[in-house]
Write a protein that binds this ligand. Structure first.
Ligand SMILES: C[S@@+](CC[C@H](N)C(=O)[O-])C[C@H]1O[C@@H](n2cnc3c(N)ncnc32)[C@H](O)[C@@H]1O
Length: 308
C-alpha cells in the first residue's frame, strides 16, 4: 500500500470490476504517484527560483480563491499541495494574529522555499511534508485550500476522502483547478509552439495527472460528491494574469519552471531552440499589447463542505 490513508475495503469496490482491472488500476495509481513525486522533486529548485513570478502571475487566482474560502481571524487552515507557499501565505494574513496555516506538499524542498520567502508570516505557517492521500491529522481544520494541486494527485478519491477527514465537521474546502484548455493560453501557447517543432509530442489521457485533468465542467465536483462532500459547487472564474514582463521574459520563466519543457528545449539543440523561442514569442505577442503581459485565463473554483 503506497498511501497510509488508503483504507478502502472490498465493500467500496463496485462488484462489476474484475480483479484484473483492479490490479491494473492499482499499478496505474502507484505509478502515477511515484512519477509525480519524482517530477515535483526535480521541479522544486526551479520553483524556488521563479517563486516571485508564480506569485505575481497567479495573484488573481489567490484573490478569487480567498474570496470564496473566507478564512477568518483565529481559524486554523490547511493548504494542500502548497508548493512554494501559495495561497498559504495569503491565508496566513487572513487568520492572523492567532490563527495558523499548515501547508503540506509531497516535496519538502517546495515547502522550504515557501517558508524561506514567507518573512514575517512564517510564524503563522507550519510546513508538513505529506501526500494528500495520507494526511497526518484528522477532524481539526476550519478550512482547506488547494490551488493547482488536485490535478496531480496519484489517487484522487483517496486524497479527497483524506482532505475531508482532516476538516472539522462542517469545515469548508476550495480547490482551484484550471478551466477549459481553449481559455488558458498560458499553457496552450507553449504547447502549440512545441508541437510546431516537435509534431509527435504525446497527448495526455484525460485521467492522467495533468494541468487540464479537471478542466471539464463538473468533473471534480462529481468526484467530490462520491467521496462524501456536501454543498458541492463550482465557480467558473475568468481572470487576467498581468505581470510587468516581456514575451522573452515569459519564455525564460516558462522554460525555467518546467522540467519537461527545459528537457525538450535542451534536446532540440541551440538553433532549433532559438527557432522555438521565436515561434513562442510570435504566438503570445497579442498578450503583450503595450509590452507588458496581460493574458486571459479561466480557473474553476470547486467548493464543498465536510458533513456536520
Ligand atoms: C502546480 S504545483 C502548485 C503549487 C501551489 N499550490 C501553487 O498554486 O503555486 C503542484 C504541487 O502539488 C504537489 N503535489 C503533487 N501531487 C501531490 C500529492 N499527491 N500530495 C501532495 N502534494 C502533491 C507538488 O509537489 C507541487 O508542489
Amino acid at each position: 500500500m503506497l498511501f497510509a490513508g488508503d483504507d478502502r475495503t472490498e465493500a467500496t469496490i463496485p462488484p462489476q470490476v474484475s480483479p484484473e482491472s483492479l490490479a491494473q488500476a492499482y499499478v496505474r495509481r502507484v505509478t502515477h504517484a511515484l512519477e509525480q513525486r519524482d517530477r515535483w522533486r526535480r521541479a522544486a529548485p526551479r520553483w524556488r527560483i521563479h517563486q516571485e513570478f508564480v506569485r505575481a502571475l497567479t495573484a488573481p487566482v489567490s484573490e478569487a480563491l480567498l474570496a470564496a474560502a473566507k478564512p477568518a481571524p483565529g481559524e486554523t487552515w490547511l493548504d494542500v499541495a502548497a508548493g512554494v507557499g501559495d495561497p498559504a501565505v495569503s491565508v496566513v494574513d487572513r487568520v492572523a494574529p492567532s490563527g495558523r496555516v499548515v501547508m503540506t506538499d509531497l516535496v519538502p524542498d517546495m515547502l522550504r522555499a515557501g517558508r524561506d520567502k514567507a518573512g514575517d508570516r512564517s510564524g503563522g505557517l507550519l510546513p508538513v511534508a505529506a501526500a494528500a492521500e495520507a494526511l497526518p491529522v484528522k477532524s481539526v481544520f476550519d478550512g482547506v485550500t488547494c490551488r493547482f494541486g488536485a490535478m496531480f494527485f496519484g489517487d484522487p478519491p483517496v486524497a479527497l476522502s483524506e482532505i475531508r477527514g482532516a476538516l472539522a465537521p462542517g469545515g469548508r474546502v476550495v480547490f482551484a483547478v484550471w478551466g477549459d484548455r481553449e481559455q488558458n493560453p498560458y499553457f496552450t501557447e507553449i504547447d502549440g509552439a512545441l508541437r510546431d517543432v516537435i509534431p509527435d509530442l504525446p497527448v495526455h489521457e484525460p485521467d492522467e495527472p495533468h494541468v487540464f485533468r479537471y478542466s471539464p465542467s463538473g468533473k471534480l465536483s462529481a468526484l467530490m460528491e462520491t467521496t462524501g462532500w456536501v454543498d458541492v459547487d463550482e465557480l467558473e472564474t475568468p481572470l487576467t494574469m498581468s505581470v510587468p514582463i516581456s514575451a522573452g521574459e515569459l519564455w525564460d520563466h516558462t522554460v525555467g519552471l518546467s522540467v519537461e519543457v527545459a528537457g525538450m528545449v535542451e534536446e532540440l539543440g541551440a538553433d532549433r531552440a532559438v527557432e522555438l523561442k521565436s515561434i513562442f514569442e510570435r504566438r503570445v505577442a497579442r498578450y503583450f499589447p503595450d509590452g507588458t503581459m496581460r493574458m486571459p485565463a479561466v480557473v474553476r473554483l470547486v467548493l464543498g463542505r465536510a458533513p456536520n
